[in-house]
Design a binder for this molecule. Sequence first.
Ligand SMILES: *Cc1c(COP(=O)(O)O)cnc(C)c1O
Length: 366
Amino acid sequence: MIPFLDLHKINARFEAKFQDSFQSFMDSGHYILGTQLDAFENAFAAFCGTKHCIGVGNGLDALRLILEAYKALGKVKEGDEVLVASNTFVATILAIKQAGLTPVLVEAETTYFSFNTSALKEKISQKTKVIMPVHLYGQIAPMEALLELANTYNLYVIEDAAQAHGAMSASGKRAGSIGVAAGFSFYPTKNLGALGDGGAITTQDDALAAMIRKLRNYGTSSKYVNEEIGFNSRLDEVQASFLLEKLKYLDTDNKARQSIAAQYLSEIKNTKITLPNWDGTQNHVFHLFVVRVLDREGFMKFLKDHEIGCLIHYPIPPHHQKAFPEFSQLSFPVSEKIHKQVVSLPMSPVMDSTQVKRVIEVINRY
Ligand SMILES: *Cc1c(COP(=O)(O)O)cnc(C)c1O
């Protein structure tokens, strides 16, 4: 069996280091907001090329807290609109709604699985304050066009970088340093994954960073002095110490993903399979390798019969989810097609060449 993702194998590589980290964590007696978190925040900010990194509880909170902080700073207010792609993961939309803002869904396109730019333009209204692009599947969204629109209409571009740790744009900027702020997730399956939940915000903006630091910790800047209606969302010490260790290998791991992707792209030859677009640069770190196929059910059964794991990211478009009745009348033909056709193939830095060859060979026989 070739698993879709072997998380145990990914983390087993760090087991000895994690045991050391755990021992010092245990010895320190300090579990929340301590030296390990400081060290990880500094290292991740340096890695992304931003002035600030603030560790929080998870990726959903990271996105929400950026919006909550802008609200507390008076830059956005309840009811303001946030443009978001209609094929994103549901957490992007939840973050916007939880912050009291209004998500406005935009039709997708299939080259970057990002916004259709002309559809995006049509959705800009008096109330639009934010564009929230998602670097879906690990590929940086076409940011130039978005930044230009944001500049023209005075909008904040907030990146959902939860799938794109380490990806780099053509201009040499890492995911997380392109917009005004970015939310990351360290959910175990992500390219930089913790052994539990975790998230972070990166930004160059001093005022925003200071507000997020308050909001993640009950709205206090010094103990028992409350300045804001805050939250409790902190990245804990033990996860920060594991992430600090794994961060050292993130670029190497992403290169391993890229080399598997390059092999899939050159050796999968089957007219029934539409391969993803990639220009061969660092702008894609292949969190997922997503192909499209018309008879998805048949293809997935074929893979299963040949003991190859696969998953769907994602099967139901947000506007068809019961949680969002306000979107139920909307129609996004491209996005709906994406949700009907996509299949994610096995992809991880610990797949060996025999496994990669086997996946290719089986798919070419489909
Ligand atoms: C994983 C993910 C999130 C949410 O992160 P959690 O840590 O699971 O809360 C948000 N957006 C995208 C695109 C994701 O892939």
